[in-house]
Design a protein around this ligand. Structure first.
Ligand code: ADP
Ligand code: MG
Length: 701
């Protein structure tokens, strides 16, 4: 780090009076304007940002000394600012915050030699406590003589004076804390976590806690990406009140820079750019991208195509009236167990520039969105903790086993998916966190295998309102099929074979040949850059594409009409737009063409044919998703309720055989009516006043 260490210079710099003079010169030369601005806003604003690069430019020894022994150097900076000669009568008791320290250290690389040094770390805010006053200087009143003894507080535990500071008294107590003679500072505790894109597949992110004070407190929220700079310190671990010899690391923050740069700027070199442009121009680029997604998983071409578009994503828009339209594409995979759903999710997370994998059932206390809790971390303060969708901001959140997610998550997911924010209002905490991510969910049917005659909502235990927020829902069933089964078997065996060759030291050419089926066409690293590059383009719909969407939408809506079910809703139209924008991006095209439109209509069609159809009539019916019941089923239920109401009025309650009899006159099938009645009982819409009597009444008229 220290390229040329001039010891003479160092020793002189360490003397604080000298470094104070250097700072004074630095401020006059480089920061005069900023200091004058500060003086006019002081004390409402009481900190100044100093660019490390400027300091380095001015005096490399001073800049190095700051990294090496920050406290005296920062103190000197503070003092130099305090003594700065201003044209107005004002003393600037302000904090000097150092920003732009170039060498970022990874949390997992922190070692004991970093302790006591000034370091800069990048990461994601996972937790933040509320901002609360903390004693910085405590005034202790001596109960014998009334003298006030001041003790600086720099640790969690309250430090008491050893003795009264009064010349004569010198008693060892008792003391009483006197707030009028104490100083408080705003304080907050923050937990920083390594950002997902820095992790290799499967690695757990590591954390670092930081103390944040004064003007820095309350500046950042869970989910924010930051560079945090400060002094790395140690805290002694305690185990059941016994002090241990191992220590925990924490950062005393000096500055926080929020990095709201889009994930578009993954570093793309010029040679990468050439490769990307060449790739995008290829004729079969669509297929090449699809084949590069989870090549070890056989089949699922359409799902992989949808995931490819999800990775490229549509264009987020802010309309003139201030409303926000998401560009992120949400996809749900519903299906039988053991058909590689989880595997697919894991692969996508590795591929996506910012991917987070989590399971609906495990998860942390923060779950999928966010939570406010009072725990040890906050020393009794409320702590706000970000969940998966907030941590995946500007990336992809892969949520496995969504059927098992918690009730709280279920209710907050609506907002997270559509508005892409997560609001928390609990106790002292009010926050609105960002969750601008695409959701790739997977769910297993509750009763083992998927049943096409049951509503999806019920089978995966998810409200229809939530389901209809997915742009695409794929139902994957494990039905035996000779061709497909042979394909899967060969593919799985081939992957295992390649793995076996590799681990038994066979010649490289043989391994290469065996691996070829499971090797992506576009290597992951390049694909990631390709995606990052393409996301800088915001394609626009051509008239042809627009017309194609209108024709498709209106054409389907016409099938609806009076008495018929609704075949499609405006949500699917929005999904089409997003998907087509993503499709244009895969060619780095500024225009969404007719071909893009046709391509994505095909994908949406294939999903709707699977999930947007009433299995009884075979007709299009979007209510199957949006309401959770097909129109024919809704009508049947309504008729049954009417019959029960009638019978109740006639005889006090409705016997089963009478219900069936009247229903069959209306043309309803006996089995279906009985099944519906069982369900109505389960939903507590009807009940038996006398158990097992077979007589029913409506719970609500
Ligand atoms: P799910 O999450 O759907 O229950 P998993 O992702 O756990 O299923 O997959 C079970 C196993 O079966 C995995 O090891 C996966 O690789 C394998 N498998 C299932 N279907 C396929 C397929 N089409 N191609 C390759 N492997 C498959
Ligand atoms: Mg699974």
């Amino acid at each position: 780090m220290l390229s040329f260490k001039n010891d003479d210079l160092y020793s002189s710099i360490h003397m604080s009076s000298d470094s104070k003079e250097r700072w004074a010169t630095f401020f006059t030369r480089y920061y005069e304007k900023q200091i004058l601005n500060l003086a006019s806003d002081y004390p409402e604003i009481s900190s100044i940002d100093v660019d490390y690069a400027a300091l380095q430019n001015f005096d490399i020894a001073l800049a190095d000394a700051l990294l090496d022994a920050p406290l005296p150097i920062l103190q000197a900076a503070h003092d130099a600012l305090l003594e700065y000669d201003l044209p107005i009568e004002c003393k600037l008791d302000a904090e000097v915050r150092i920003i732009n320290v170039p060498d970022k250290i990874k949390i997992r690389d922190l070692r004991s030699n970093h302790v006591g040094k000034f370091i800069s770390i990048e990461g994601l805010i996972r937790k933040a406590t509320e901002v609360r006053p903390k004693l910085a200087e405590a005034g202790f009143e001596c109960l014998s003589c009334g003298n006030i003894t001041t003790v600086e507080q720099d640790e969690a535990k309250l430090k008491e004076p050893a003795e009264c500071s009064h010349r004569v008294c010198r008693k060892k107590g008792p003391f009483k804390l006197n707030f009028n003679h104490s100083k408080f500072v705003d304080a907050q505790k923050i937990r920083l976590q390594e950002a997902p894109e820095g992790l290799k597949g499967g690695e757990q992110p590591q954390m670092l806690d930081a103390n944040v004070e004064a003007t820095l407190a309350g500046k950042v929220f869970p989910g924010d990406r930051v560079a945090m700079t400060g002094l790395l310190r140690v805290a002694q671990r305690q185990y059941q009140n016994v002090k241990s010899t191992t220590f925990d690391l924490f950062l005393d923050a000096n500055s926080i820079e929020i990095q709201d740069k889009e994930f578009q700027d993954i570093e793309i070199l010029q040679e990468d750019e050439a490769k990307i442009i060449e790739l995008a121009g290829r004729a079969g680029i669509d297929q090449a991208i699809i084949s590069s997604i989870a090549p070890s998983i056989y089949g699922y071409e359409m799902v992989k195509e949808a995931i490819a578009l999800q990775l490229f994503s549509g264009v987020p828009k802010t309309l003139p009236d201030g409303s926000h339209l998401r560009g992120d594409i949400h996809i749900l995979l519903v299906g039988d167990p053991g058909i590689a759903k989880s595997q697919l999710l894991r692969y996508v997370v590795q591929l996506a520039p910012r991917g987070i994998y989590t399971s609906g059932k495990s998860s942390t206390s923060a779950g999928l969105t966010a939570t406010a809790i009072k725990d040890e971390f906050g020393d009794g303060r409320w702590t706000l903790e970000a969940g998966a969708l907030v941590l995946a901001d500007q990336g992809i959140a892969a949520v496995d086993e969504m059927d098992k997610m918690r009730a709280e998550d279920r209710s907050s997911l609506h907002e997270a998916m559509e508005q892409q924010t997560v609001s928390v209002a609990k106790a002292g905490i009010m926050a609105n966190l960002k969750s601008r991510c695409a959701l790739l969910g997977a769910a297993n049917p509750r009763y083992g295998r998927f049943d096409p005659y049951e509503s999806i909502a019920e089978q995966i235990n998810m409200q229809p309102t939530l389901l209809s927020r997915f742009d695409l829902i794929f139902v994957l069933t494990d039905v035996p099929n000779e061709d497909r089964d042979t394909g899967i078997a060969k593919h799985i065996l081939q992957s295992h074979f390649a793995g076996e060759l590799a681990s038994s030291g066979f010649p490289n050419e043989e391994i290469e040949a065996a691996m070829s089926v499971i090797r992506p066409v576009i290597e992951s690293d390049l694909l990631r850059k390709f995606i990052g590059y393409a996301k800088r383009i915001n394609p626009i719909l051509t008239d042809d594409a627009k017309q194609q969407f209108i024709d498709y939408y209106v054409g389907l809506r016409k099938q609806g009409g009076e008495g018929s079910p609704i075949p499609i809703t405006a949500r699917q139209l929005e999904a089409l737009v997003r998907l087509s924008e993503a499709s244009a991006r895969t060619r780095l095209s500024k225009w969404v063409t007719l071909d893009d439109a046709k391509r994505v209509i095909q994908i949406v069609e294939s999903c709707l044919k699977e999930v947007g159809v009433d299995p009884e009539t075979g007709k299009r019916d979007f209510d199957v998703i949006a309401v959770g019941k097909s129109k024919s089923q809704q009508e049947r239920i309504k008729s049954i309720r009417d019959i029960i109401r009638e019978l109740e009025r006639e005889a006090g309650s409705a016997p089963l055989e009478k219900i069936v009899e009247r229903a069959s006159k209306l043309g309803f099938d006996k089995d279906k009516v009985e099944a519906e009645i069982t369900k109505l009982v389960q939903e507590a819409a009807i009940f038996e006043p006398v158990r097992y009597s077979g007589n029913y009444r409506l719970t609500q008229q």
